[in-house]
Ligand binder design. Structure first.
Ligand code: BGC
Length: 260
């Protein structure tokens, strides 16, 4: 089966690093026009867009803080001006934030994660949906995490934001389904990006991590990106309202390979 996103207009938030960058590249390779949203490192976004152009694909870069509603609005207006709207939103930008137990963490640090990961996701999704509903087509795909399901000490804001993304996804999917618009989430496990470099960069962290992964290896951003392409394409035309896990089996509770 050949997957083509030829002519589709896509926006990837946090599209110039980690999983977002891999998804942006994969969408472009599949023929989509890709807008790369970024907050820092504009030169990386520009370089990515330049490469996409060189490969014959339309691309643009848009600076915006997704936690800021008016910047989000301006970003979607830029999509309208450039390409007359949007077909695919990859609602990806997020942070893991300060690591501290819930009774120790500073409220501002906690709120920052929720503002970016949850409110940012919501601001972008509603802008996208308000364009997709009238055109009776489109897909919103959020980047969630295995921590939508698995508790993680020291990361209560992050886990709460990802659990909320799961329910926000289901609810928006139910609202949008009568209009032929699909809403999904993708939940990566441990993927080799800068967000968890402190873990995979040292032998002890890696040993501990691999115990948590039945496939016994860390994932590559491209492995998440391939699934993203499938989910936003017609190959997944009957899939909506779900979080799809790309985690090497992490949510299969590997500790239960024995005992119990
Ligand atoms: C986090 C990573 C972590 C992975 C598995 C992701 O959501 O961003 O830092 O390695 O979950 O725990």
């Amino acid at each position: 089966m050949e997957i083509s996103l030829e002519g589709k207009r896509a926006l990837v938030t946090g599209g110039n690093s980690g999983i977002g960058a891999a998804i942006a590249q994969a969408l472009s390779d599949a023929g989509a026009k890709v807008a790369i949203n970024y907050l820092s490192n504009p030169e990386v976004a520009e370089q990515m867009a330049g490469q996409m152009h060189n490969s014959g694909h339309d691309a643009l870069t848009i600076e915006a803080d997704i936690a800021n509603q008016s910047e989000v609005e301006a970003m979607f207006n830029k999509m309208d001006e450039a390409w007359g709207g949007i077909d695919i939103l990859i609602n990806n930008a997020g942070i893991d934030g300060v690591h501290a137990n819930s009774w120790d963490i500073d409220t501002d640090d906690w709120t920052k994660v929720i503002n970016i990961n949850l409110f940012g996701n919501f601001y972008c999704a509603r802008q996208a949906l308000s364009r997709m509903i009238p055109q009776r087509s489109g897909v919103v795909l959020a980047t969630s995490s295995v921590h939508e399901m698995i508790a993680w000490s020291g990361h209560s804001a992050y886990t709460s934001s990802k659990a909320a993304i799961g329910m926000l996804t289901k609810t928006m999917a139910q609202e949008a389904a009568p209009y032929n618009v699909r809403v999904l989430a993708l939940a990566p496990g441990a993927i080799k990006t800068s967000i968890n470099q402190g873990v995979w960069d040292n032998a002890q962290g890696m040993t501990d991590l691999l115990e948590k992964i039945p496939l016994k290896r860390i994932g590559e951003p491209e492995e998440v990106a391939k699934m993203a392409v499938v989910l936003v394409s017609d190959a997944a035309s009957y899939v909506t309202g779900r979080t799809i896990y790309v985690d090497g089996g992490m949510t299969d509770y590997p500790d239960f390979a024995h005992g119990g």
